[in-house]
Design a binder for this molecule. Structure first.
Ligand code: SF4
Ligand code: SF4
Length: 405
């Protein structure tokens, strides 16, 4: 994850490998949205930076990393886009204000607290069977689950025997606390003790970072590093996007002499959800029925691309827990089109990327879709809700808990 780029030194071979994998190019057919096209435009438009074309290139990218993953020259176009968004935040999309609000809300626990309560109150008057609930992205509330509430971190302070600490991420803490309670329950089974859940933790900062607000991202990183500095325990997170971003704190704060070493120590402690529970599989016992539960596992882009691809661990875990291998798409994993703030800035394009994925999942006759990324979860829940699909979408921790003995 590099933070400095010199565009004139990026030697694109124009080989086109990036065009094949770009979800935006696949839907639009426009060369200007491939990594190759974006690089070309970045260089030719430099003098007229505030043009609409420039804003368009900045906005219509998921930062999925697929292009960087296949580029033979090692050109990291997502990082170039992120860095350029930093210089021109107002060009990053037509819904900039909404994105800004989302970013601010994620960085402020008290705003999220209020949003959760507001949603719950608003929905209390809507009948449980109403399709309106299905249109809402937040799962607990959409199901009319009154037990849904913000996870109380103070319940997990007294964890003298903890073997691991837990970074919840915003969705598992505020919007879908069943994810955090399921993860805590699994951790207790796998390690023999509750995890430590440091109360000072906050948003990982990915939304700020992706929108180009590096200063805010650094501020949030420092708060999290401080929150987890009471112990040297490994740090488990149930969100794939948080995982990738927390691991990147060492790069984010590399130039800060006061924080670089602490950030590096922190990043080394971060563990990915599936890999952690697979490593403790001997401590977990599952019971399952002989019939296949027809589970489809959705690969979050953050685990599919980049240096450490985590593709096998979640599949192994599902196979062991459910007794059946997860279903696979005929052409391999596909992006869901969420891309963090991309889905807010480019809702139509985001839907066009999501639709074919949902169609393929339906063709598999899947009954359940599981994943570990909060963004993918919200996108898939919204998509299946809109189609009134009966496919259940949930976090892997909830599925694993159901199969626990
Ligand atoms: S894969 Fe890399 S070198 Fe090839 S066209 Fe795309 S950006 Fe250029
Ligand atoms: S990061 Fe993804 S969406 Fe953006 S140019 Fe690369 S492949 Fe396309």
């Amino acid at each position: 994850m590099s933070h400095t780029h010199n565009l004139t030194s990026t030697k694109c071979a124009k080989c086109g490998a990036c065009t094949v994998v770009c979800p935006v190019y696949q839907r639009t057919g426009k060369e200007s949205y491939t990594a190759r096209g974006r690089l070309h435009l970045f260089i030719t438009l430099r003098k007229k930076t505030r043009s609409r074309a420039y804003g368009d290139i900045l906005s219509k990218c998921l930062l999925c990393g697929a292009c960087a993953d296949v580029c033979p020259r090692g050109i990291d176009v997502p990082s170039i886009i992120r860095q350029t968004r930093c210089d021109f935040p107002r060009l990053a999309g037509p819904l900039h204000f909404k994105k800004l609000l989302t970013k601010k809300a994620l960085a402020s626990p008290h705003i999220l607290d209020s949003l959760g309560t507001l949603q719950k109150n608003l929905l209390s008057g809507i009948p449980r069977e109403s399709g309106l609930r299905k249109l809402l992205p937040f799962p607990e509330i959409a199901k009319g689950n009154e037990a849904a509430n913000v996870l109380s971190l103070s319940d997990y302070k007294n964890t003298a025997n903890a073997q691991i600490s837990y970074f919840t991420g915003c969705m598992a803490r505020y919007l879908s606390p069943t994810i955090s309670s399921s993860t805590i329950h699994l951790t207790e089974k796998a390690t023999g003790a509750y995890p430590a859940v440091p109360p000072g933790q906050t948003c990982c900062g990915l939304a700020s970072y992706s929108s180009g607000d590096t200063e805010e991202a650094k501020k949030l990183a420092r708060r999290n590093i401080t929150a987890f500095s009471d112990s040297h325990l490994p740090i488990l997170t149930s969100c794939a996007s948080c995982y990738t971003h927390l691991r990147g704190y060492s790069d984010l704060l590399a130039d800060d002499p006061d924080w670089a070493e602490r950030a590096e120590d922190f990043a080394k402690r971060v563990c990915e959800f599936s890999s952690f529970f697979l490593s403790r599989i001997d401590q977990l016992s599952f019971s399952h029925t002989p019939s296949s539960p027809r589970i489809f596992y959705h690969d979050p882009c953050h685990l599919r691309f980049g240096l450490q691809k985590i593709l096998i661990a979640p599949r192994r875990l599902i196979t062991i827990a459910s007794g059946s291998s997860p279903l696979e798409l005929p052409h391999g994993p596909q992006c869901c089109g969420h891309g963090g703030l991309f889905s807010l800035a480019q809702p139509n394009l985001s839907q066009q990327i999501l639709d074919p994925l949902l169609d393929e999942v339906s063709e598999l006759s899947a009954l359940q879709v599981v994943t570990t990324c909060s963004g993918c979860l919200m996108q898939l829940m919204r998509g299946t809700g809109k189609k009134a699909s009966s496919i259940r979408v949930e976090h892997l921790s909830i599925l694993l808990n159901r199969f626990l003995e």
